[in-house]
Design a protein around this ligand. Sequence first.
Ligand SMILES: Cc1cc2nc3c(=O)[nH]c(=O)nc-3n(C[C@H](O)[C@H](O)[C@H](O)COP(=O)(O)O)c2cc1C
Length: 379
Amino acid sequence: MLTRTGSMRERIAMYNDNTLKIGVFGANCSSSRTATQVPERWSASWPDCLKLARLADQAGIDFMLPIGRWKGYGGLTDFHGSTFETVTWACGLLAATERITVFGTVHAPLFHPLIAAKEFVTADHIGEGRFGLNIVAGWNEGEFEMFGVAQRDHEARYEFAEEWIEVVKRAWSEPGEFDFDGRFFHLAGVRAKPKPVGGTRPIIMNAGSSGTGQGFALRNCDAFFTATSASRSSLEGTAKRVEEVKSEAAKIGKDIEVFTIGQVICRPTLEEAKAYHHYANIENADWGAIERMMALRGITPQNTKPEEYAAKRQFFASNSIGGYPFVGTPDRVAEELANVSRAGVRGIAVCFVNYLDELPYFCAEVLPRLARMGLRENS
Ligand SMILES: Cc1cc2nc3c(=O)[nH]c(=O)nc-3n(C[C@H](O)[C@H](O)[C@H](O)COP(=O)(O)O)c2cc1C
C-alpha cells in the first residue's frame, strides 16, 4: 500500500501496486450493465450502492466507475430508468470508504466547467485524493433533448470537450485569478479555491471509440477505455490495440493507460456459470431495451439484413451491452483476466448481475489467484 500524498503517480496507481486494476462498472444504474428481467437484477438503490462500496473497499477493489445516464432505455424493465447522478454519488461513497478510487462520469455539455471543477474538488477533498473523472462528450440524442441542449456534430463535440477540460484544469491549478477567452467559453476574473488534494489533480479518463475520441483522450487524459476481448485467440488483437494507443500517445509525448470493460459470472463450475449467463443475459433478456440501444447506435431491422440483425441482437445481449463476458470458474476467470493484463491493459471495469450476491465470491476466489500470478497485491 502506498502512502497517500495525492501525487499524480499515486493517483494513477490508485494508491496501490496492483499491476492489474479492477473496478466495478455501472453500479449507479438500475440493472447495471445487463439488460435482464431476472428478479435479482441490480436495484442501484442507495443502501445497495453503499454496501457495495464498503465491500469493494475492504476487499481491495481499486475503483468504481459509474455511468452518466439521464434517461432509461425503456423495455419491460425500463433499463437504466433509475440512476444516481454520478458526482454526488461519488461524494457519498468516498465519505464512506478509505482506499477505493471513485469516478464521476460527466457529460461536458451539460455542466458549466467552473461548477463542475468545484464539484470535483469537493469530491476529491471528501475522498482525500481518491476522486477520478470520466469525461463524456455525449452521443445519446434523446438525453440531450431532455435538457433542451442541442447535440453538436461529432467533431465539434470533442472540440467543446477539449475547451471544457482546459477550463477545469486551469480552475484546478491557477493560483490566482485568470480570464479565459476561447471559442465556447468567455470567462472573466475566475477564482477557484481550494485546489485538488496534494496540489495535483484527479485522474482523468475518456472512453471515446472514434479516432476523434481517442485523439481527445491522448491529449487530455491519463486513461483510455476501449472494448477488448480476453479470449486466447484475440489476445494478439488486444495487445496490438494497446500498443497502437500507447505509440500514438508517445508521438505527442504522452503516456496513457489503457483500460477495458467486461461482465463477470463466476461460479464453482463452468456449467453453472454458463447456465447463469444464458439465464440472465439471453433467456430473460429485456429485448425491448436491447433493441432501443441498438437503434441509438443506428442498427435497426430497417437498415440491417435479418440474419445480421439477429446476430447483433444476440451479441449485444450476450456481451452485456458491450463488454467481454468472463464466464466460468475462478481459475478460468482469473486466467482470462491475466490474459487481459498480459496484453498490456492496465485495468478493467467489470459488472455483475447483482454485485452484492456475486462480488464476495469473486473477491474470495479470483483476487487471490491474481495475486498468486503476481498481478495483484494480497488485499
Ligand atoms: C467504459 C465506457 C464508459 C462509458 N461511459 C459512458 C457514460 O457513462 N455515459 C455516456 O453517455 N457514454 C459513455 N460511454 C460512451 C463514450 O464516452 C463514447 O461517447 C462512445 O464510446 C462513442 O465514442 P465517440 O464519442 O468517440 O464516437 C462510455 C463508453 C465506455 C467504453
